[in-house]
Write a new protein. Structure first.
Lengths: 316, 624
């Protein structure tokens, strides 16, 4: 049984710290060099979703588009082998006010074009048009949102726990977010509005984990009279380990079912969250606790505030 | 007694459970595809029914449940396919002033509707349709107000016989009036001060000319923005009606954007034509002979140049109705009705100008992209609006005009296009579509099915795991989990009329994964207390008790994050945040209070030797 065995988590704290630092550095470098593969939500252009009655021959699609003046069109498969997405950049020669109207027509045009040049039947499943203005605003508000969320969390934990725990939690969150973004960047996966929402959900999830562990650390400091800080933290991690693993497992079960069943539209979301849950589980064990120890948490930090009345009573 | 809820608490929980069941139930009844037929101005009665039923029979479309309510006729169809065929058939049978809208009719039993139990609204991504995000050009709205002011100031100065040496717009929030001496200026200043509280007035002197600077206050500009957004929204609502969509959404977003959602619509091009067409009328007088060349612009009317005075005597938004008809000479005309203020305005001006020529300009606003360089030296794309003006009427004022008169000089097509355009209200300011998305009906269906299956599989996996790992306690957690899903649905169907979107479904699924966290926390704690040598009853109590603060802290922080998500996000992000928030609240109830009630019923109030909570912990005999 998990809770019966004491694992010396904090014995490996230096190794874990180095490993995390390395991953964070790699992620930042990749983000700086590769940046992110931004989806239509953040850039601009028109995306047309098409359904085929038979499996799609991509080279054929590319050929047809090239031959008909859509050289710049990007074709990507969308979930199954019968669905594709054709992404077109905004035509600079068209007035902004008319771009939407053009996007509305281009879907029909491309569906008809590909249909007549293919043995399979092609249906227009839908289309999206995003002007450049909206995209950049979204990225901005997403970034601000993340900072606001981190700020609020820091304030809440400082009040409910203690400032050192707040730093631990926020460092753990930043660690999870940077590594998730880094993986998206290294593997050149599309970053869209869904992924942004997933990142914010990761904040919620990872925080959940960190809070549970912190709660136990606090409890141990208050209850156990003896033992070093490292022992306190280690005990707390062992006590919460089975819960940490079970919750991560149920959440992963759920995310895997979204990934495999929920349809293409939510895949990016599921992938981002799966990465987030894995790093979140790891960071609540190693990062948050590590930071708390590094900041020299003491029993005095966590003592219940002494009531004013009690103090007065003790006055001579 | 330990682990026994008082009767009132059990009853309360039972009531909440019944409420959850009752109000989530309507979502099991699929809607019928339906058509709603109405008329632009008339009320439909049972007498109109035969034309419709005959048309449907002729087209061999099966229908049922036809009924007449206050103003319109409703007909139910068997499939979405039939719905489209029926729409075409009915439209062919009726004249253009009837509106045939695609609709979904509820099939929930009457008693459910009577207690207010309805279905969740589904987002466009789950039912198909067209979504637009439109941006309003606020600069144009403000400039327009200033032009109005300019024209009014001119009238007032004339009426008060104050001589000015000209007035003009400096920027879209600033206009200046020039005078020959300070006396005229101070007289004008006091006059304008009382008439234009929205303008800040300052005196200035330059090169022997005495100038009044009139600037719009920031509060007024803000108010204009609010009014403009509201006016445009109303106009869009009217225009959307013409598209035949049963439940359109037209809502404001931020300070200058409007979201338009048209469920069921499949032709975005048609929607854009109607939504985005921006046309307004402006009424002017012809410039008098010998007028200074800056005071008029020259247009061509039937090949002849016409000098149109710059002052707008009436703006198009004073027009309350416009009807296309033929005059006594069978020439096309548009009959205009003005609102009261517009009527007074045109009457006052035409009364003094009988015999002069009145000009009507049709103004269409278009936009183009221009690239400029910003402070950082980067090239920035900006939308620039420009106007195309056409002189459509040039006619002699024969007598003072009232609230009703006709515009002639149009081609039949122009006249028939113009009438509905004016009728649906001219936009207070031009708009561009900055985001658009079309979701086909099959795509919507696919998303919906995939989403629902996702929830089912996710719930099944978690339920199996919990039952296997925590046995009886696991079953209690599972009951709570299912109750939690039903309660999220019930809350979204009745209390908070939130729209369920695909990200919203993902939010529910995620809640499923995280809601059991509370139970996992409690159960591991109970196991731990058992291992510490607590009696089963005491372990249950201590487990719930000690896990509570942790659960509260964890949920509160997650809720804060969800609230941030909701406040900064749009569309999909909001859909996700709202279900997450609702899920956190309902799960606190079901996972803590709900499971405790079940556990209390199973174990409470009796002597228990072991707990069926899984794990390899040796059953601890109560140490009495």
């Amino acid at each position: 049984m998990l809770i019966e065995k004491q694992i010396d988590f904090m014995g490996q704290r230096r190794i874990a710290g180095f490993a995390s630092a390395a991953l964070v550095v790699i992620s930042i470098i990749s983000l700086a060099v590769n940046s992110l593969e931004l989806g239509l939500d953040f850039t601009s252009g028109t995306s047309v979703r098409l359904g085929y009655s038979e499996s799609v021959v991509m080279s054929e699609v590319n050929q047809t588009l090239d031959d008909n003046g859509y050289e710049d069109a990007v074709v990507v498969s969308f979930g199954s082998d019968r669905e594709i997405r054709v992404i077109l950049a905004v035509d600079e020669n068209v007035a902004i006010g008319d771009q939407a109207a053009q996007a509305a027509v281009v879907g029909e045009t491309i569906a008809a074009l590909l249909g007549s040049n293919s043995s399979s039947e092609v249906t227009l499943l839908g289309s999206d048009y995003v002007s450049s203005k909206v995209g950049s605003e979204l990225a901005e508000s997403g970034g601000i949102g993340m900072l606001v969320a981190l700020g609020i969390i820091m304030a809440y934990i400082s009040v409910r726990f203690q400032f050192k725990f707040a730093v631990g939690a926020v460092v753990a969150l930043a660690h999870d977010l940077i590594i998730t973004l880094g993986i998206f960047s290294v593997f050149r996966m599309e970053f869209n509005l869904n992924t942004l929402a997933a990142l914010l959900a990761i904040i919620g999830y990872s925080l959940n984990d960190t809070i549970v562990v912190s709660d136990r650390i606090r409890e141990n400091f208050r209850r156990m009279r003896k033992g070093s800080s490292i022992e306190m933290v280690n005990t707390a991690l062992n006590q919460t380990l089975s819960r940490t693993l079970i919750t991560s497992l149920t959440t992963l079960l759920v995310l895997l079912s979204i990934l495999f069943i929920g349809g293409e539209s939510t895949q990016g979301f599921a992938i981002a969250l799966i990465i987030g849950v894995v790093t979140g589980t790891y960071s609540s064990i190693y990062i948050a606790s590590n930071v708390i120890l590094y900041m020299n948490v003491t029993r005095e930090d966590l003592m219940l505030p002494v009531k004013e009345g009690a103090e007065l009573d003790n006055l001579p | 007694m330990l682990n026994k809820y008082p009767a009132w608490k059990n009853i309360l929980i039972l009531l909440v459970v019944i409420w959850g069941l009752l109000y989530s139930l309507p979502n099991l009844y699929p809607d019928d595809p339906a058509l709603q037929i109405s008329h632009e101005s008339l009320e439909l009665t049972a007498g109109d029914m035969p034309i419709i039923t005959t048309a449907l029979e002729a087209a061999q479309v099966d229908f049922f449940g036809e009924e007449v309510d206050s103003e319109s006729i409703h007909i139910r169809l068997n499939s979405l396919d039939d719905q489209l065929r029926a729409k075409t058939a009915i439209e062919d049978a009726l004249t253009d002033d009837y509106i045939v809208a695609l609709n979904l009719a509820p099939t929930t039993p009457g008693w459910m509707q009577a207690i207010g139990a309805g279905k969740m609204n589904l987002g466009l991504d789950l039912q198909g349709g067209v979504h637009f995000l439109m941006e309003v050009d606020m600069d144009a709205a403000i400039e327009r107000r200033m032009e109005d002011n300019l024209s009014n100031i001119r009238t007032i100065l004339r009426e008060q016989r104050i001589r000015s040496r000209g007035l003009n717009l400096v920027s879209n929030t600033h206009l200046e009036v020039r005078f020959a001496d300070t006396e005229d200026r101070s007289q004008a200043r006091s006059e304008l001060n009382s008439n234009f509280p929205e303008l800040q007035i300052q005196s200035r002197e330059a090169e022997g000319v005495f100038i009044l600077d009139l600037r719009m206050t920031p509060e007024t500009a803000l108010q204009i923005q609010r009014d403009t957004l509201q006016a445009n929204r109303t106009t869009l609502l009217n225009r959307v009606d013409a598209l035949g969509v049963a439940e359109p959404t037209v809502q404001q977003q931020g300070s200058d954007r409007i979201i338009v959602e048209l469920p069921g619509l499949q032709d975005p091009a048609q929607a854009i034509r109607i939504l985005q067409r921006i046309a307004t009328l402006e009424f002017h007088l012809e410039a008098e002979l010998g007028a200074p060349s800056l005071s008029y612009e020259t247009y061509t009317y039937e090949g002849v140049p016409v000098n149109v005075d710059n002052d707008v005597i009436l703006q198009g938004d004073r027009v309350s109705n416009a009807v296309y008809s033929l005059d006594q000479n069978s020439q096309p005309q548009v009959l205009l009705n003005l609102d009261a203020q517009g009527g007074n305005q045109i009457n006052r001006i035409t009364r003094d100008n009988v015999g002069r020529l009145m000009d009507v300009l049709l103004i269409e606003t278009k936009s183009r992209t221009v690239t400029s360089i910003n402070e950082a030296g980067e090239a920035v794309e900006e939308t620039e609006f420009y106007e195309e003006k056409e002189l459509i009427m040039h006619a002699v004022i024969r007598s003072a005009l009232g609230r009703q008169f006709s515009v002639t000089g149009l081609s039949p097509r122009e006249a028939s296009d113009l009438a509905p355009l004016i009728r649906s209200g001219s936009l207070a300011a031009p708009m561009t579509i900055v985001e658009q998305s079309v979701i086909g009906p099959s795509m919507g269906q696919e998303n919906k099915e995939a989403g629902i299956l996702g929830v089912q599989v996710a719930a099944a996996l978690v339920v199996l795991f919990m039952a296997a790992y925590y046995r009886v306690f696991g079953l209690a957690a599972n009951a709570a989990l299912i109750m939690n899903i039903l309660m999220i649905i019930a809350v979204m169907s009745s209390i908070i009329p939130a729209t369920l979107t695909l990200p919203g479904i993902v939010g529910i699924v995620l809640t499923v994964g995280m809601a059991v966290d509370a139970n996992v926390l409690i159960f591991t704690r109970i196991r731990e207390e058992l291992a510490n040598g607590f009696s089963p009853q005491k372990a249950i109590d201590a487990g719930y008790d000690r896990a509570f603060t942790t659960i509260l802290d964890a949920n509160l922080t997650t809720f804060l994050v969800a609230a941030v998500l909701y406040s900064i996000g749009t569309g999909p992000v909001r859909g996700f945040a709202i279900t997450l928030m609702i899920g956190i609240i309902t799960s606190m109830f079901t996972a803590i209070v709900g499971t405790r009630a079940i556990i209390n019923l199973v174990y409470g109030g009796k002597s228990v030797k072991t707990l069926s909570i899984g794990g390899s912990i040796k059953p601890v005999v109560a140490q009495a």
